[in-house]
Write a protein that binds this ligand. Sequence first.
Ligand code: URP
Ligand code: ZN
Ligand code: ZN
Length: 474
Amino acid sequence: MIKNGRIVTAVDDYHADILIEDGKISTIAKSLDIAADKVIDAEDKLVIPGGIDAHTHMDMPFGGTVSADDFETGTRAAAHGGTTTIIDFAIQSKGQEIREALDIWHKKADGKTAIDYSFHMIVTDLPREKLGEMKKLIHNEGVTSFKLFMAYPGVLLSDDATIYRAMCTAGEEGGLVCMHAENGIVINEIIERALAEGKREPKFHALTRPTKAEAEGVNRAIALAEMAESPVYIVHLSCHDALKKVQEARDYGVPAFAETCPQYLFLDHTFYEKPEFEGAKYVMTPPLRDKANQKELWNGLRMNDLQVISTDHCPFCFKEQKELGRDDFSKIPNGGPGVEDRMSLVFNGGVVEGRISLNRFVELTSTNAAKIFGLFPRKGTIAVGSDADIVIFDPEKKKTISADTHHMNVDYSCYEGFEVQGVTETVLSRGKVIIEQGKYVGKAGDGSFVKRSRIDLSTGSPRPFGKEALLVTR
Ligand code: URP
Ligand code: ZN
Ligand code: ZN
C-alpha cells in the first residue's frame, strides 16, 4: 500500500492511498484502512506512473562496437531514474528473417531486465515476400511498431518504396512505422566532401548533418504516410525545421506523431567544441543543434505537436568506444547515454522552470508513449486494474548529475554537473519495490517482455488515430 501521496496522472492530481494486489492497482481511495504486507509512506511526494522510455538501444551493435549498457545494466539504471518500461529496438540485418532478429533480441533481454520491456523492430530488408513476417509480428508477437531509416546508406537505409510498403502494411494491420528521418544520401555526400577537405574533428558530425536534411526526411516520411494512409511517428526530432513539417501536417489533420529527447532540449552544438576530443561524447544522430531550437521544441511539446520525450539511450564509452573515431568523426559510434536522467531533467526543465504542467510532464514521459505504442491502460497511468508501475518522486529534492554517481555502464555523462530538482525516490515495478529510497533492491529478471496491442482505428482506443483522432490528440 502507498499512503498519503499526491497522485498525479496525465489528467488527475489528488491525494489518496493506493492498494496493490498481484502486481496491479486494486483500490484507490481517499484513506484506506486495510492491513497490507508493506506500507510505503509517500507524504509530501508525488506518486506518478512509472516512466516509459519508448526509444533505447541496449546491447546494440553499431559502428564496429556494441552499446555499453546491456539489458541488465541499462534497465537497472532506468529504474534508478524512475523509468519502469523501455521499448528497445531489435534489428533485422540485411538478408535476415525478421523472426530470427526478434529471437536474437529476446535472448539478449530474457531474464536480465530490472523492469518491463518491449521491442520495436528495425527493418532493413522488406521485399514484398517478407510483409507476411511483419504481419505476424503485429498479430502474434506483440511487436507492433517498426523503425525504418532514411539515414545510414548501405547499412540501415531503406528506399522510399520499402518505406511506403512498410507503411501500407502497418496502416492496414494496426502497426506503426517509426521514422529515422534524415536524408542520409545527401548527408553522405556532405560527409565525403568534409573528409576530403581534411575536416575530421567531432564538430563536423553536426556540420555535415544540416537541419534541412532532417526536415526533408520528415516531410518525405509524412508524404509517404499520407500516400499509404497510415500514421507515422518521427523519432528523435531535433530541430525547428523538422518540427515545422510535423506542425504543418497536423494542422491539416494528418496523423503524424513525433518524439524529441532531452539532449535536444538541454544541450546544443557548442558542446562539440569541447577540447581533447571531448566533443565526441555528443556525437549522436541527429546531432545537437543551435540553442535557438530548444525554445521551439518546448513549444512543440506544449502544443502537442510533439507527444513523447524518449532518450534514444545509446551509450558508448568515451575511452575505448568513442575513440574509434579519433581521426575521423564519421567513425565515432553514434549515440549517447540518458535513460537514467530523463525524468529528473524533464521535471526540472519542464515543471520546475515553468514550461509545462505537472500533468503534461506525466503525459510526455509516460502516458502518451503507452497510448501511441499500445501499452495503455495497462501502463502509463495510475488506475484500478493498471500494472502497479509506480514512482514515488520527491519534487523538492535536488541532485547533481554525474558519471561518478550514475548507474549507467558508461564512463561519462552528457549532463555532467547539471543540477536538477526532482528525484526518483522509490520505484515499484508491477507492485514489487525495486528502488527503495534510491537504492536498488530488485534483481535481474524482475522485468518481463510485454506484448503490445495493435492500433484500433475503429474505436479510437487505445490509439486514437484516424480523422476522429484529431479531436483527441490536438
Ligand atoms: O545516434 C544515435 N541516435 N544512435 C542510435 C541509432 C539511432 O539512429 O537511433
Ligand atoms: Zn535513429
Ligand atoms: Zn535510436
